[in-house]
Design a binder for this molecule. Structure first.
Ligand code: NAD
Length: 484
C-alpha cells in the first residue's frame, strides 16, 4: 500500500460533533477528488441541517464552561495542538497536496504557517485585558472587561485548507468561544484530521465541531437563524460573503469577512528589478496563484518593463508543472474543472483584446486540472482579468509612465485586500503606501502573511482582521460594568 493510501485509510472521515466522529443523520457521504487526476480520494460524511444543529447543541452546552476555563488552560491546549500538528507535519502536508493539489513544498509551508496561528493565539489568550478608571465626574468607577462572543460558525475556503481554519479556530478558542467549522467541500479532509489533533490536545468535548457538507447553505442557514449562534467568520468569495452578511443582518449576527482580492503589484523605475522579479514570483506563483493575496495585475514602469518581463518570463518558464506529490513539482493542478475553465476564459479574453502571450497561455492535455504558468504582456485595461481575480498561475503585465498613473490604476478596483510595490526611494515608499487603498501593503516584499500581523481587507475585500493582537478582538465583546 502506498504512503498516500495508508494516510487516506487512517484519517477521520465522519463529522466531528462535539469531539466524536458521527455519521451524517441521513447516512449520506460525498466524494473528495484528487485535482491532479480527477479521481476519488475518499468519501466523507455529508452533514445536514440536523447535524449542524446537533453540533450547536453541543457547543451551547459547554459555551459557559469553556468561557470560564482559565485563559492559561485554554492557551495550553492550543499550544499542545500546535505541537501535535507540527509533529504530524508530513501527514498534513501530503493530505493537503492530495486534496488541494499544491506542491508538497507549498503544503509543508502551509503547515508551518497554519500551526503558527495556534501558537500565536496560545500566547494571546492570557493577554485579554480590560481597563478600570474613575468616572471623570467623580460619581463612580468604570470597569471595562472583554468576554467571549459565544458560539461561532467558521466557514473556510479550499485554497489554504489548514491555515484558513487555524486562523479562525486559534483566536476563537483563545477568546473562550466554542466553534463550528464548515470546511470547503473540495478540501474537507485536512480539517477533519485537525479535529483529531484537538482531541489529542485535550480540548473538552463540545467545544469544536467540524461539519463537512456538499450543501453549504443547508448547514449555515439554520445555524445563522438560531439564537444561540453569535458570530459567523467567513473566508471565501465576495459573492458568497455578501449573501452571508445579508442573512446575518436578520439576527444582527457579528461577522468577519475575509473576501476576494485583486492585488496590484507595482514596479517603479527606481526598483531593484531582480528583487522585484523574486517578489513577483512569490506574490504571483505562491499556491499556484490560487491565493486571495495573489498579484493579479503587475503594473511595471515602461522604462524597466522589458527587463522585468523577460526576467520574469524565464523564471516562470522554468517552473515545473505536475502532481503536487511528485518530486520537483513547483506548480500543481488548479482545484477543479470549473476553476480551470475560469482561468482559460480570462486568458483567452485578454488575448482576444490584444494581450501578448510571453509564455504559457493554455491548459495541459490529459488527466487533472493543469494550466501552464503564463506571462501576458501589454494587457489592455478592458481585459476581464484586470477587474476579476484570476486565481491561477497567470502574470498579467501592464505598463505605466507616472507614479500617479500607477496609483490610480492600482486603486481602480472594488477590492482592497493587499497591494505590493517595489522602489528604492524612501519618500516614495511612504507616499505610495499611504495612497494605496488596501488593508495591507507589501513594500519591497512579495509575501506579507504573518500570524503576528493583522490580515484583512477594505472595500469589497471585507472587514475584520485575522492574526496579530487584533485577531482575538473579533471574538470578544466589550462589557462595561458601572461601579459605585
Ligand atoms: P467560495 O465563496 O465559493 O467558498 C468559500 C466557502 O463558502 C466554502 O466553504 C463554501 O462551501 C462556502 N459557501 C459557498 N456557498 C455558500 C453559501 N451559500 N452559504 C454558506 N457557505 C457557502 O470561495 P472559494 O472558491 O472556496 O474560495 C476562493 C475565494 O476565497 C477567493 O475569492 C479568494 O480570494 C477568497 N479568499 C480570501 C482570503 C482572505 O483572507 N481574504 C483567503 C483565501 C481565499
Amino acid at each position: 500500500m502506498s504512503h498516500a493510501e495508508q494516510l487516506l485509510n487512517s484519517i477521520p472521515t465522519d463529522i466531528w460533533i462535539g469531539g466524536k466522529q458521527t455519521a451524517a443523520s441521513t447516512g449520506e457521504r460525498f466524494a473528495v477528488l484528487n485535482p491532479a487526476s480527477g479521481e476519488q480520494l475518499a468519501t466523507v460524511a455529508d452533514a445536514t441541517s440536523s447535524d449542524a444543529l446537533a453540533a450547536l447543541d453541543a457547543a451551547s452546552a459547554v459555551q459557559a464552561s469553556w468561557a470560564a476555563t482559565p485563559a492559561r488552560e485554554r492557551g495550553e491546549i492550543l499550544r499542545r495542538a500546535f505541537e501535535l500538528l507540527s509533529a504530524r507535519s508530513e501527514e498534513f502536508a501530503l493530505l493537503m497536496t492530495l486534496e488541494m493539489g499544491k506542491s508538497i513544498r507549498e503544503s509543508r509551508g502551509e503547515v508551518v504557517y497554519g500551526a503558527e496561528f495556534l501558537r500565536w493565539f496560545s500566547e494571546e489568550a492570557v493577554r485579554i485585558g480590560g481597563r478600570f478608571t474613575a468616572a471623570p465626574a467623580g460619581n463612580g468607577r468604570i470597569l471595562v472587561t472583554k468576554v467571549p462572543v459565544g458560539p461561532v460558525l467558521a466557514v473556510t475556503p479550499w485554497n489554504f485548507p489548514l491555515a484558513m481554519g487555524t486562523r479562525k479556530i486559534g483566536p476563537a478558542l483563545a477568546a473562550g468561544c466554542t466553534v463550528l467549522v464548515k470546511p470547503a467541500e473540495d478540501t474537507p479532509l485536512t480539517m477533519l484530521l485537525l479535529g483529531q489533533v484537538f482531541i489529542d490536545a485535550g480540548l473538552p468535548s463540545g467545544v469544536l465541531s467540524i461539519l463537512p457538507t456538499s450543501d453549504a447553505a443547508q448547514v449555515s442557514g439554520p445555524l445563522m437563524q438560531d439564537d444561540r449562534l453569535r458570530k459567523i467568520t467567513f473566508t471565501g468569495s465576495t459573492r458568497v460573503g455578501k449573501m452571508l452578511v445579508r442573512s446575518a443582518a436578520d439576527r444582527l449576527l457579528r461577522t468577519s469577512m475575509e473576501l476576494g482580492g485583486n492585488a496590484p503589484f507595482i514596479v517603479f523605475d527606481d526598483a531593484d528589478v531582480d528583487a522585484a522579479v523574486d517578489g513577483a514570483m512569490l506574490a504571483k506563483m505562491r499556491n499556484g496563484g490560487e491565493a486571495c493575496t495573489a498579484a493579479n495585475r503587475l503594473y511595471v514602469h515602461n522604462r524597466v518593463r522589458e527587463e522585468f518581463t523577460s526576467k520574469l518570463t524565464s523564471r516562470i518558464e522554468a517552473l515545473s508543472v505536475g502532481p503536487g506529490d511528485t518530486d520537483g513539482t513547483d506548480i500543481g493542478p488548479l482545484i477543479n474543472a470549473k476553476q480551470l475553465a475560469t482561468v482559460s476564459a480570462l486568458v483567452d479574453d485578454a488575448v482576444s483584446k490584444g494581450a501578448r502571450v510571453r509564455t504559457g497561455g493554455h491548459s495541459l492535455e490529459g488527466k487533472g486540472f493543469f494550466y501552464t504558468p503564463t506571462v501576458l504582456d501589454e494587457v489592455p485595461q478592458n481585459a476581464d482579468l484586470v477587474r476579476d481575480e484570476i486565481f491561477g498561475p497567470v502574470a498579467a503585465i501592464i505598463g505605466f509612465d507616472t507614479e500617479d498613473e500607477a496609483i490610480s490604476a492600482a486603486n481602480d478596483t472594488v477590492y482592497g485586500l493587499v497591494s505590493y510595490f517595489y522602489t528604492r526611494d524612501l519618500d516614495r515608499a511612504m507616499r505610495v503606501s499611504a495612497a494605496l487603498d488596501s488593508g495591507m501593503v507589501g513594500v519591497n516584499r512579495g509575501a506579507i502573511s504573518d500570524a503576528a500581523a493583522p490580515f484583512g481587507g477594505v472595500k469589497e475585500s471585507g472587514f475584520g482582521r485575522e492574526g496579530g493582537s487584533e485577531g482575538i478582538d473579533e471574538y470578544l465583546e466589550t462589557k462595561y460594568v458601572a461601579l459605585q
